[in-house]
Design a protein around this ligand. Structure first.
Ligand SMILES: [Zn+2]
Length: 298
């Protein structure tokens, strides 16, 4: 087996388990630091049927709700906080622009972006999402080929939030996305950080047996995300470390070895000041939970 990014054959096993399939090994390239799984058992059919958000997912992530539908709803309510954070971060790039969101789910980001963008569209493979696009009159493509075939493209901005880590061949997909950009168009990519402090600094065992998940085929750190952009022939404007989960979440992991601590301790602990200070402390050592990169078409 060779490293997807640098071709090295030197890698070691990372501590931890893939929560939904403990037989899968978590490997880390010794030369570039890319983290990858030794088996890739998610293909297009998996995402078309949205097998990602299944009972197993909710059991591991401790979502409330009686039915699968109720839990899925809870997931999207929680996700709205992340959508809000992203929107604030890249707002200035969206004003009056033509946007494509790749892996757009139920169009949560597109609905926000539409308030200030000139034109928005989504690419989502999951079959069940159609109604959200029809109800809101947002164009939906099922694949990048479909955009090409319909003569589309010329986007000012393409976003992909927590999508790239699911792809078997992200370099090829990034190149295809770049071909849909205008000259000087930009791409915003958000992924989980392989250097999350809970793994690399606090070395929390419970978290290392929770966070790895079979659909996350590759995990990037600031260096490997930059390398990925370069390999796709893009100019890397920046890779920024951001923290999605608050300090209460971290402390709860350290104390109880369980997720969702912000729901229990967040009320008295979390504040804007604390979150900003915690985020910048983690960012100074590259150990936030999330990375956001901007790539430009050369
Ligand atoms: Zn490598």
């Amino acid at each position: 087996m060779k490293c997807y990014l640098c071709g090295s054959k030197n890698y070691f096993n990372r501590e931890g388990k893939v929560r939904d399939n403990p037989s899968i090994q978590i490997l880390e390239c010794e030369d570039c630091g890319l983290v990858f799984l030794d088996k890739q058992n998610t293909g297009d059919v998996f995402y078309e049927e949205n097998n990602m958000l299944n009972e197993n997912f909710f059991k591991f992530t401790k979502r409330d709700g009686e039915s699968l539908e109720a839990k899925t709803r809870e997931f999207y309510i929680h996700n709205a906080l992340f959508v809000e954070k992203r929107f604030k971060l890249i707002k200035q790039l969206l004003v009056g622009k033509k946007l494509l969101d790749f892996g757009s789910g139920r169009a949560q980001f597109l609905l926000k972006a539409r308030e200030i963008a000139n034109e928005v569209a989504g690419v989502e493979i999951e079959t069940r999402v159609q109604q959200f696009y029809e109800e809101n009159n947002i164009p939906l493509f099922r694949s990048l080929d479909e955009i090409k075939e319909s003569g589309g493209g010329g986007y000012d901005l393409i976003t992909a939030f927590h999508v790239i880590e699911h792809l078997q061949d992200p370099i090829t997909i990034l190149k295809q996305l770049a071909s849909l950009l205008k000259e000087n168009g930009k791409m915003i990519i958000e992924v989980p950080n392989a250097n999350d402090a809970l793994l690399t600094i606090y070395k929390n065992k419970a978290f290392s047996e929770f966070t790895y998940w079979s659909p996350h085929l590759y995990l990037y750190n600031p260096h490997t995300l930059q390398k990925l952009g370069e390999k796709a022939g893009l100019k890397v404007d920046f890779v920024k470390c951001i923290q999605r989960y608050p300090l209460s979440n971290t402390l709860y992991w350290l104390s109880n070895g369980l997720p969702a601590g912000q729901k229990i301790w967040g009320g008295f602990l979390d504040s804007k000041v604390l979150q900003e200070a915690y985020e910048s402390a983690l960012a100074s050592v590259g150990a936030t939970d999330t990375l956001i990169a901007q790539f430009s078409k050369i």
